[in-house]
Design a protein around this ligand. Structure first.
Ligand code: GUN
Length: 281
């Protein structure tokens, strides 16, 4: 079998056209959605992600503000910057690009962002709502993964989804969203025993473990849907957590890297920001 590509780049472009129209509708009500991104330090990967987010905002007509802070910033200073943005009526979404320096508590930062401006969907209140299936901001990468599967009309009901990786940003929430869509979900991670046996049971395999080409053809059941959330740089070239060339011969659907999940993540951030703007009181 040769897998069909789940083309995130194409779907993201289509969705962004709709988001642009949504922004125009808001403009007729004198609302311009606003996103504030805080970047602490000089990490090159973070810098490039933030740049991509800003460019996407600009193209969609979303007002975006980049706040750059040095690595030496104290936790207190960062928290008061968040307070300022929480009170800024032109800002609908606040995102602190992770990772942040170790002397600052990531949890304290996440919890300081007002839940109604938490367009990352990382605040415990929003995570709780996601778990109970209430309407809330969904974390952008998991949200994008589920959107891609739905767009391709991949049936999730009763299917066995296996998640490889248990990060708070991707692994845990993507499993929850698939459960909300009535999949049967197994979480696996770096300490799982017999990992290959587990991944071979997957109808839908979501890989977010952060190790280049970690999943090969022997790890995948014939006809499985494989979503690669990894972004790794090897010898200057981007590659995912899945060995694309061998897995594409076995999977029914596969996401490429780049051009798969990545563009969808930013698109869902735009969508969350617009959703937030719509709820302005
Ligand atoms: N770092 C890597 N991915 C993300 C994300 O989705 N949100 C934030 N805030 N930081 C990240």
């Amino acid at each position: 079998m040769t897998a069909l590509l789940l083309n995130g780049k194409e779907l993201a472009a289509k969705k962004r056209e709709q988001l642009k129209r949504d922004v125009e509708v808001l403009a007729s009500e004198n609302i311009v959605p606003g996103l504030a991104v805080i970047l602490v330090g000089e990490d090159p990967a973070s810098q490039s992600y933030v740049k991509a987010k800003q460019k996407a905002c600009e193209q969609a007509g979303i007002h975006s503000v980049l706040i750059k802070k040095p690595t030496s910033i104290s936790e207190e200073e960062l928290l008061s910057e968040i307070d300022r943005l929480n009170n800024d009526e032109t800002i609908d979404g606040i995102l602190v690009q992770l990772p942040i320096p170790e002397h600052i508590s990531e949890q304290a930062v996440i919890e300081r962002i007002a839940p109604n401006k938490d367009v990352d969907g990382f605040h415990p209140i929003n995570i709780g709502k996601m778990m109970t299936g209430e309407d809330t901001f969904l974390p952008c990468t998991p949200f994008g993964v589920v959107e891609m599967l739905k767009e391709a009309n991949i049936d999730l009901i009763g299917k066995h989804a296996v998640v490889v990786g248990r990060s708070n940003i991707v692994g845990k929430p993507v499993g929850q969203l698939l459960l909300n869509e009535h999949a049967t979900v197994t979480y696996t991670h770096s300490r799982t025993k017999n990992l290959r046996e587990m991944t071979n049971l997957a109808d839908i395999l979501i890989v977010a473990i952060g190790k280049p080409k970690f999943i090969g053809a022997d790890d995948v059941k014939d006809g499985a849907v494989v979503v690669d959330v990894g972004i790794n740089r090897v010898d200057g070239k981007l590659c995912g957590d899945v060995d694309f060339d061998s897995v594409k011969e076995k999977a029914s659907y596969l996401t490429p890297v780049p051009g798969g999940v990545g563009p969808m993540t930013i698109t869902m951030l735009l969508e969350n920001t617009i959703l937030s703007a719509r709820k302005r009181s």
